[in-house]
Design a protein around this ligand. Structure first.
Ligand code: NAD
Length: 253
């Protein structure tokens, strides 16, 4: 029970990594706000948690809207009394275009969700954390935020920005008892990556071209375990850093 009585918000929690994070946090004793644009999916995850004797509430949020973010965080406080852990995991992987082909609307949409959505949620949560001088923030980046070779221009730039924002937030609030770290997953088998043809074949192919890479894609529960580590006191000396969970892919280059 590493998160006993902690209150956590997980965005993008209706599926994939967010779902696994929400369920693992609840198993570890946290009260969880299951936040997602897809409210049916969020409600199904919250029901699975409560059926398993956990505590959860689903909230519909579009992280591109400040009023939705405000409602999400206010709901954590009104339902569960406070907020201890904010996991900014919602994101879209839309388009693999290089910069020469990018459309303004596509760029703006990807940044509005992947990067600005995180800024909005941190900005709203920080007064709560500052008042009690404690809080943990975890932002989902990507290996596309570390390397230029993993994604299109807008997605890659949006995730590089997530890492920059994470470092800056860690730096700015370290002396206020607040920690902010990021996870950079490599290819993980979720709804997002299922748009890539035959995701497991993709993992094997990457292992063939880069010897030393774990020869498969990741599973969302493997990322959830990293998110548990970062949320718990086990990571008490980690701040403003990025945990790369990619089977060794970025290390191999
Ligand atoms: P997923 O599609 O299973 O989950 C993403 C969730 O985010 C969905 O439930 C979706 O409804 C929600 N969402 C999308 N836009 C939203 C919005 N505007 N407001 C609120 N919720 C919204 O995919 P996933 O792979 O679990 O993705 C989680 C995060 O991991 C994303 O930030 C993604 O960029 C990142 N990521 C994924 C991979 C991968 O290979 N799967 C690799 C690196 C990083």
């Amino acid at each position: 029970m590493k998160l006993q009585d902690k209150v956590a918000i997980v965005t993008g929690a209706a599926s994939g990594m967010g779902k696994e994070i929400a369920e693992l946090y609840a198993n570890e004793g946290a009260k969880v706000i299951v936040a997602d644009l897809n409210i049916d999916g969020a409600e199904a995850v919250a029901k699975a948690i409560t059926d398993n004797n956990g505590v959860a509430k689903a909230v519909q949020v579009n992280v591109a809207k400040q009023e939705d973010i405000d409602t999400m965080i206010d709901t954590a406080v009104s339902e569960f009394g406070t907020l201890d852990i904010l996991v900014n995991n919602a994101g879209i992987m839309d388009g693999f275009e290089p910069v020469g082909d990018i459309l303004d609307e596509r760029w703006d949409l990807i940044f509005d969700i992947n990067t600005k959505g995180i800024m909005r949620a941190m900005r709203k949560a920080l007064p709560i954390f500052l008042e009690k001088e404690s809080g943990v923030i975890i932002n989902t980046a990507s290996t596309g935020g570390i390397s230029g070779a993993h994604a299109g221009a807008a997605y890659g730039a949006s995730k590089h920005a997530v890492i920059g924002l994470t470092k800056n937030t860690g730096f700015m609030y370290a002396q206020k008892g607040i920690r902010c770290n990021a996870i950079a997953p490599g290819a993980v088998e979720t709804n997002i990556s299922s748009s890539m043809k035959n995701i497991n074949q993709f993992g094997m192919e990457r292992a063939r071209v880069a010897q030393g890479v774990i020869p498969r894609v990741g599973q969302p529960e493997e990322i959830a375990k990293v998110a548990l580590f970062l949320a718990s006191d086990d990571s008490s000396f980690l701040n403003g850093t990025v945990v790369t969970a990619d089977g060794g892919w970025t290390a191999a280059f």
